[in-house]
Design a protein around this ligand. Structure first.
Ligand code: GLN
Length: 207
C-alpha cells in the first residue's frame, strides 16, 4: 500500500482541526499515511494532497506569495495534486474575488478554479451560522455546514461542478482535482468531506 502524505497549509487559519479530521479520515480507511503542516515550498513539494484552510484569505495569500509557497502550490495543482480549499482557501483557489461591500480587492490568488467568489457573502462575523446542506453528487446527502464570514460563488465556468447551494447561493464546487467549500467541514464532527478528499488523493496517486 502506498503511503499518503497529506499537507495542511499552516500559514494562518484553522490548521489543527484540519489535521485531526484528516487523520481520522485516514484511520477510518485503514490507510497508511501522514498528515503534516506545511509552510515552505520545499515542504509543499513533498505532499500528495493539500488542504488550504479557512482564515483570512488576504493574509494567507500575501504571506504565501512572499515565501514562495503560492507559486509552488499552483505548480502542484496544475500537475494534478488534489486540493481542498476551505472558505479563505476557496477564495485563494479562485480566478476572481471581490468583497460584497468593498468590491474589487487587490489580493494574491492562485487563479485556477474557474469561479468568481464574493467574500463575506453572508455578512460579517456576527452573521456566522450553521445549517444543514446537501451534497448529493459526492454522496453526502446531509452535512452540517458551519459558515463563518463565508464567501459564496457567484459565477462558475463550464468545467465547474456545483456541489451544493444554500439559499440560492453556491457554497461547494469541484473542478477536476480541486474541491472548494464556503463552509468549514473541519469544525463539524462529521468527517465525510475529509474522507471524500482523502479518497481523491488515493485515486490521484493510483493514476
Ligand atoms: N472572510 C474571510 C476571507 O475573506 C474568509 C473567512 C473564513 O475563512 N472563515 O478571507
Amino acid at each position: 500500500m502506498t503511503e499518503l502524505n497529506i499537507g495542511v497549509l499552516s500559514i494562518q487559519g484553522d490548521v489543527s482541526e484540519n489535521v485531526s479530521s484528516t487523520q481520522d479520515a485516514l484511520k477510518e480507511f485503514g490507510e497508511k499515511g501522514t498528515v503534516s503542516t506545511v509552510k515552505t515550498p520545499e515542504q509543499i513539494a513533498k505532499v500528495d494532497g493539500l488542504i488550504i484552510p479557512g482564515g483570512e484569505s488576504t493574509m494567507i495569500g500575501q504571506l504565501s506569495l512572499v515565501n514562495g509557497s503560492l507559486k509552488k502550490i499552483k505548480e502542484k495543482i496544475e500537475e494534478g495534486m488534489p486540493v481542498l480549499g476551505i472558505c479563505a482557501g476557496l477564495i485563494l483557489l479562485s480566478k476572481d474575488a471581490k468583497d460584497r461591500v468593498i468590491g474589487e480587492i487587490d489580493q494574491p490568488l492562485l487563479d485556477l478554479l474557474d469561479v468568481q467568489v464574493e467574500r463575506n457573502s453572508f455578512g460579517r462575523q456576527k452573521d456566522s451560522f450553521e445549517t444543514e446542506i446537501a451534497m448529493d453528487s459526492i454522496n453526502i446527502p446531509k452535512f452540517n455546514g458551519i459558515f463563518i464570514r463565508a464567501p459564496s460563488i457567484i459565477e462558475v465556468g463550464e468545467k465547474v461542478e456545483i456541489i451544493s447551494k444554500f439559499n440560492e447561493k453556491i457554497v461547494a464546487v469541484k473542478q477536476d482535482n480541486m474541491l472548494g467549500t464556503a463552509f468549514h467541514p473541519e469544525l463539524s464532527s462529521d468527517i465525510s468531506i475529509h474522507r471524500y478528499f482523502v479518497n481523491m488523493i488515493k485515486q490521484a496517486k493510483r493514476d
